[in-house]
Design a protein around this ligand. Structure first.
Ligand code: PGA
Length: 255
């Protein structure tokens, strides 16, 4: 089954020199690896999406934004639309990342509008969900995730849902080097498939890709992606180094 490894650069790669370094190292490392059934998605800051998409050309490598606004165009100062991302060479967009929820007041409702806009543009949403440390401690993981999935998908058709990539990102694991146990991740994967079966069908539930994200590196990837049989990973910090990022991709691909 095809695996997906997505890199979320966040607000990094600020200088032209860094971007140039990344592209040349990525191209070199990529050429040296023999990838099988794997798609790589790079999500740089939107201002340099076109640069990355224009300089890394491979049918296994796709590009995406870290966020989009829900409208097509108009008086929305500071925002970018899915169409703009598409016109810059992107085919995906991350939605509902915990940093957007925490710092920019994103909710399940805004994530839902964004997912629908992205699908309408024939693009792929990468929908992030996951519980906080306090929710986990209060035994609310299941409840929180169920709500995130249900609300995030309101009004999304059964054809649409099959194009959504789901990314389980426990907030307490993002950027912390603390990771859940494989069985905890597996439980969430089973929960998501159960919710999707109830909302749609078992066919839809089985066909969607569910990634894990949160402190993934070449040492943790076995435990958080391979052991719980995830469909891939959403990688933050380690995606900033093409050598490490492609090493993670290789481990996922080979297992
Ligand atoms: P991290 O970030 O890999 O640096 O923990 C993951 C993410 O935010 O998607």
């Amino acid at each position: 089954m095809r695996k997906i490894i997505a890199g979320n650069f966040k607000m990094n790669m600020a200088t032209a020199a860094e971007r140039k370094w990344y592209v040349s190292l990525f191209r070199r490392e990529f050429k040296n690896k023999k990838f099988g059934e794997v798609d790589i998605i790079l999500c740089p800051p939107s201002v340099c999406l076109e640069y990355f998409a224009g300089n890394i050309k491979n049918k296994k490598v796709f590009f995406g934004a870290q966020n989009v606004f829900m409208e097509r165009e108009g008086a929305y100062t500071g925002e970018i639309s899915a169409l703009m991302v598409k016109e810059s060479g992107g085919s995906c967009a991350i939605v509902g990342h915990s940093e957007r929820r925490r710092l920019f007041s994103e909710t399940n409702e805004t994530a839902n509008l964004k997912i629908k806009t992205i699908l309408k543009n024939q693009m792929i949403p990468i929908y992030c969900f996951g519980e906080s440390r306090s929710e986990r401690d209060a035994n609310l993981t299941k409840k929180v995730i169920t709500e995130q999935i249900q609300k995030g998908l309101t009004g999304v058709s059964s054809i649409g849902v099959e194009r959504v990539i789901f990314a389980y990102e426990p907030i307490w694991s993002v950027g912390t080097d603390v990771i859940p146990a494989a069985n905890e991740i597996m439980e969430v994967k089973i929960l998501v498939r159960k919710i999707l079966t109830e909302l749609y069908s078992s066919k839809a539930a089985q066909s969607v890709k569910i990634l894990y994200g949160g402190s993934v590196n070449s040492r943790t990837v076995g435990r958080v992606c391979v052991d719980p049989a995830m469909d891939g990973a959403l990688v933050g910090r380690e995606s900033l180094n093409p050598r490490e990022f492609l090493k993670i991709a290789e481990i996922i691909d080979k297992n």
